[in-house]
Design a protein around this ligand. Structure first.
Ligand code: SAH
Length: 389
């Protein structure tokens, strides 16, 4: 439930129990200041940290909403998130950072379970069907994907369930069953059954259209993703002559956006579904100077370095754990003129920058971008250039 304070900041009723928003209750400007300070503390030794690019409206920015389903002690069906470091479910009625339409859909599903006699899954006994619901909305296309994570592929009256759900939310474009029958804290299982629509949604960023599958990574704040990608492409300073790499490329977003400004782009990504999406995205956007490979980015770079391949610019966007020795040493061996490092964790970024500064690179620009309002996470895009030939 939301209320407004004198400072016009909305207050979340679940903040204390949920723990997802560490900066709940803090005015938005103060949050940005805090993030700026944190960035300066961790990255200031590499150069001047530019002022963080914040959001005009810091609410309801998340295009991906995840709810875990359970029952409370009285047996009522609840949906929400896991309490920090536990498997207890905190019921969430309204979240201030998640897409509102997606939250509505989750509430509708919760209300439908009883009449469809669908039991929520019990982690202790392994009994029950529905574990999680994941909703993703393409902000610029308004296409909506609903993923029902279930413990068994047998979903009673699934067609009627979809019909009833779409009657309330006709904007839902696809519904997918994801089968997760393991005792695991991973949300998604391997197997998927599309029960309505095409099994993916599309969204548009920086003039390109992207297909997104349930298991593919896609940035959660699309408004700021455009800000981030524009900065990344600007820092690369492409002139249509360069051979470019997009490492940890996901569904190929950065590489595809950069391809218009480059001679050739090579993308590498571990997740098979994301690579399939990336290849289709290239075709659908009629971009022909790009190719995608599936595999570990470090091993791929090692291979490129062994073959003495020439690369001018490397975009790298690793997960929170940052890059690794194999990737970084091969990067140094490949010796691109420029490296654009996009990071969602300034601590691992600082560690990797230190390695690169010791190995012929210097940091030229550090630009923090707000992607996760009300949480302590900060995204950074950083330009490095090679010191000598
Ligand atoms: N650049 C993309 C994705 C960034 S998220 C975007 O902006 O959307 C990080 C990506 O790295 C994820 O897609 C993840 O699947 C991938 N990944 C994780 N470990 C990897 C590895 N060892 N090698 C290649 N890709 C990896």
């Amino acid at each position: 439930m939301e209320k407004k304070t004198e400072k016009e900041e909305k207050i979340c009723g679940s903040a204390k129990k949920c723990g997802g928003c560490q900066y709940q209750g803090m005015p938005y400007k103060a949050q940005l200041k805090k993030k700026q300070k944190q960035e300066e503390k961790l990255l200031g030794k590499f150069g001047k940290v530019k002022p963080i690019k914040g959001m005009d409206n810091p609410y309801y920015y998340r295009n991906k909403v995840h709810a875990v389903f359970d029952r409370d002690r009285k047996g009522n069906i609840i949906s929400g998130i896991y309490e920090a470091k536990s498997h207890r479910v905190v019921p969430i009625e309204e979240c201030l950072i998640e897409d509102q339409k997606s939250q509505e859909i989750i509430r509708t599903i919760r209300g439908m379970l009883k009449s469809f006699k669908i039991k929520t899954y019990d982690e202790d006994t392994g009994y029950g069907l529905l574990r999680h619901v994941l909703v993703r909305r393409g902000f610029s296309t308004n296409e909506i994907m609903v993923v029902l994570v279930v413990s068994s592929p047998i979903f009673p009256s699934k067609n009627n369930f979809v019909k009833a759900l779409r009657k309330v939310h006709p904007e839902i474009s696809t519904v997918i069953l994801n089968i997760n029958d393991k005792k695991t804290s991973m949300v998604l299982g391997e197997r998927e059954i599309v029960i309505y629509g095409k099994g993916f949604i599309r969204d548009r960023l920086c003039g390109c259209s992207f297909r997104i599958s349930p298991k593919s990574f896609y940035q959660v704040n699309p408004i700021q993703t455009e800000v981030l990608y524009k900065e990344a492409v600007r820092l690369a300073g492409l002139t249509k002559k360069e051979r470019v790499m997009d490492a940890y490329c996901g569904i190929g977003t950065i590489g595809l956006i950069a391809a218009k400004h480059a001679k050739e782009v090579i993308g590498v990504e571990l997740n098979k579904d994301a690579v399939r999406d990336a290849k289709i995205n290239a075709r659908e956007n009629k971009i022909t100077n790009i190719s995608f490979y599936q595999g570990d980015a470090g091993r791929f770079m090692e291979g490129m370095a062994a073959e003495k391949e020439h690369v001018d610019v490397v975009f790298m966007d690793p997960p929170r754990a940052g890059s690794d020795e194999k990737f970084l040493s091969s990067l140094v061996a490949l010796a691109p003129e420029k490296v654009v490092y996009i990071s969602c964790n300034p601590e691992t970024l600082a560690r990797d920058l230190k390695y690169l500064e010791k190995n012929k690179y210097e940091v030229k620009e550090i630009q923090p971008v707000e992607m996760f309002c009300f949480t302590e996470h900060v995204e950074t895009v950083c330009l490095l250039s090679r010191k000598e030939k």
